[in-house]
Design a protein around this ligand. Structure first.
Ligand SMILES: [Zn+2]
Length: 138
């Protein structure tokens, strides 16, 4: 895998990252934070993300068990990446922040973050949800 360049919206925070499994790791999550954030995350080892500018402009948000570390730019508010609760040696990176990538994929698997593997003891991949778009009948 080659390193990709990423940035927040205002460009203050810039980084390079080498994804562990490329775009194939793209996932959403339905936990209370991710459902609101709406971002598609891709995986990388924690040490495979390198800040090239603006690291000091990142701010940290934590909730619930406060194990996961959710980072976003304090100027433009864009989520760049988070250190995972399920595997603290790993980060999820906002696919939309990566140069030349799009979050508008035909299908993105969804982790069952409402029943987190650390709470249920289930394998992370056991909690994959598939949502089929349905016609709005309201
Ligand atoms: Zn920014």
């Amino acid at each position: 895998m080659t390193a990709m360049r990423g940035s927040c919206h205002c460009g203050t925070v810039q980084f390079t990252v080498t994804l562990s499994d490329g775009i194939a790791s793209a996932r959403r999550c339905d936990c209370s934070l991710c459902a609101r954030r709406g971002a598609v995350a891709v995986s990388a080892a924690k040490d495979d993300i390198t800040y090239t500018a603006g690291r000091e402009n990142l701010t940290l948000y934590q909730f619930n068990t406060k194990v996961a570390e959710h980072y976003f730019c304090k100027t433009c508010g864009i989520y760049t990446h988070h250190r995972r609760r399920s595997n603290p040696d790993e980060v999820g990176v906002n696919l939309a922040c990566l140069e030349g990538q799009t979050p508008f994929l035909a299908e993105v698997l969804v982790h069952d973050g409402q029943n987190h593997p650390n709470d249920t003891g289930k394998d992370l991949d056991a909690g994959i949800l598939r949502f089929t778009p349905t016609k709005d009948t309201s």
